[in-house]
Design a protein around this ligand. Structure first.
Ligand code: NAD
Length: 507
């Protein structure tokens, strides 16, 4: 990556569009005739161009992945694990460069990219390098009616992996690592809005000892290259993270081939705050859980652009006024700034279209008579002049809003949260469950019995109590209802990326 005129990043991506899928990814790349402009979210200016691939590139990637599969799948789990560890080490050595690129490309704060996105990408490879050894050593066998029965697991083949823009390298590696650890070869498609760190990782694959054709990355848009990948008959499995409408389309395209699907989708996540909650902990955590992905005064910030963010806060009536007052005070402490500013707690939203979409929800809420108590249209946003074209907005808090309002039902995926009062446990469970999503919920209370009761009744794949976003990677991750199909995590990912076979031998 080099700096071009006027301080604009000009990416190598622009001149050498393709990456990795033939015998050697540095020398072999396809010429690309068509590119997509990629915008810097903090200025609104084009700063690099991403190849606009399609069917032809998917075909070439399939060919490379097919050729690499026999050799890679025949390696022992230990050998594959070592390659993953080497890749993790190389990513770690490039941490600062990757963090700068992720922050510039995505608009998130440099602090967040340094402390979460890139370290977590490194961890993904280390984690699956270890967990594969554990899972492949497990053995199921039994004697029954004069026979020995046992099971074996084998990689599925070529895995299609599609990821979104909010956690670019983090989510892409969360799929690549388990897929290749289990012996598959992969074709991965990052979001066309955030392709840069995927491309940077390509340059490290060869050095890490990943054989050519094992990891293939295709760049471009969903309708062109994404659909070509999903529809390809030689790609039997698709792991997708993104929005629910895209998942519907992927499901339709996969149906004629009966493909195996893992779908990690959106959420409309509730936080339920009972009157016996510890507000000292609950308020800063709930501010963070509402506005993360561009932000965090605690050095752990993310802008409502995380599928796990809280967007509906239910507060028991007896503490509603106090909670709201303190919640607004804490929200106003957040500094919106350019992503490269280490003191910024929030960066920019991903694109102009997304900023407009988020703003349109606030307009609708206002039109319905809801109160906008802080943020968009209420407080003034001041940024350096050269960043006036950037996609910035303030964290926004909406109250006096009905459960039927679209702001309470639909995923906004921006720094916007609604705060509403409730009376009883039974009532709040019903209201929390009243949306089509079921990804993550948070419960705040000091009554253990109540925590168990409420957690069990919430229709949500993840429930955090008195905390938020604490993850144990061994445990299943995924959503209920329209938030997804399947689970990811050590065992779940291993099972998804392998086929099980039962063998019976008569004594
Ligand atoms: P998106 O669905 O628009 O795009 C996701 C990916 O799918 C991108 O790479 C895109 O190019 C590709 N794509 C788009 N149309 C396609 C098609 N027709 N065929 C194949 N691929 C296609 O989602 P987004 O806007 O990038 O991401 C935001 C969404 O992701 C939100 O809904 C968020 O909640 C969700 N998300 C979920 C999780 C989770 O773990 N559950 C994590 C992060 C983000």
């Amino acid at each position: 990556m080099s700096r071009g005129k006027a301080g604009v990043f000009s990416l190598w991506l622009e001149q050498r569009p393709f990456w990795c899928w033939k015998t050697s990814w540095v020398e072999n790349f396809l010429p690309c005739n068509s590119y997509i402009d990629s915008y810097d979210p903090s200025t609104g200016e084009v700063y690099c161009r991403v190849p606009d691939s399609g069917k032809e590139e998917v075909e070439a990637a399939v060919e490379a992945a097919r050729a690499a599969f026999p050799g890679w799948s025949a390696r022992s789990p230990q050998e594959r694990s070592q390659v993953l560890h080497r890749l993790a080490d190389l990513l770690e050595q490039s941490l600062e460069e990757l963090a700068q690129a992720e922050s510039k490309d995505q608009g998130k704060t440099i602090t967040l990219a340094r402390t979460m996105d890139i370290p977590r990408s490194v961890q993904n490879f280390r984690f699956f390098a270890s967990s594969i050894l554990h899972h492949t050593s497990e053995c199921t066998q039994m004697d029954h009616v004069g026979c020995l029965h046992y099971t074996v697991r084998a990689p599925v083949g070529i895995a299609g992996l599609i990821s979104p823009w909010n956690l670019p390298l983090y989510l892409l590696t969360w799929k690549i690592a388990p897929a290749i650890a289990a012996g598959n070869t992969v074709i991965a498609k990052p979001s066309e809005l955030t392709s840069v760190t995927a491309w940077m990782m390509c340059k490290l694959l060869e050095k890490a000892g990943v054989p050519p054709g094992v990891v293939n990355i295709v760049f471009g848009t969903g309708p062109r290259v994404g659909e070509a990948l999903v529809s390809h008959p030689e790609v039997p499995l698709i792991s997708f993270t993104g929005s629910q409408p895209t998942a519907e389309r992927i499901t339709q395209l996969s149906a004629p081939h009966c493909k195996r699907l893992s779908l990690e989708l959106g959420g409309k996540n509730p936080a339920i705050i009972f009157e016996d909650a510890n507000l000292e902990e609950c308020i800063p955590t709930t501010v963070r859980s509402s506005f993360a992905n561009q932000a965090c005064p605690l050095g752990f910030g993310l802008l409502g652009e995380i599928c796990l963010c809280t967007s509906r806060i239910f507060v028991q009536k007896s503490i509603y006024s106090e909670f709201l007052k303190r919640f607004l005070e804490a929200t106003r402490l957040w500094k919106v700034g350019i992503p490269s500013d280490p003191s910024a707690s929030m960066g920019a939203l991903i694109s102009k279209a997304h900023l407009e979409k988020v703003r349109s929800y606030i307009k609708k809420a206002r039109a319905e008579g809801a109160q906008i108590l802080c943020g968009e249209g209420v407080d003034k946003l001041s940024l350096p002049p050269r960043n006036q074209g950037g996609y910035f907005m303030l964290p926004t808090v909406i109250t006096d809003i009905k459960d039927e309002s679209c702001c309470m039902k639909e995923e906004i995926f921006g720094p916007v949260t609604c705060v509403v009062p409730f009376d009883s446990e039974e009532e709040v469970i019903k209201r929390a469950n009243s949306v089509k999503y079921g990804l993550a919920a948070t419960v705040w209370s000091s009554n253990v019995g109540r925590i168990h009761r409420v957690a069990k009744k919430l229709q949500s794949g993840l429930v955090w109590t008195n905390c938020w976003l604490i993850r144990e990677l061994n445990l299943p991750f995924g959503g209920m209802k329209s938030s997804g199909v399947g689970r990811e995590g050590a065992k779940d990912s291993y099972e998804f990326f392998t086929e099980v076979k039962t063998i019976t031998i008569k004594h």
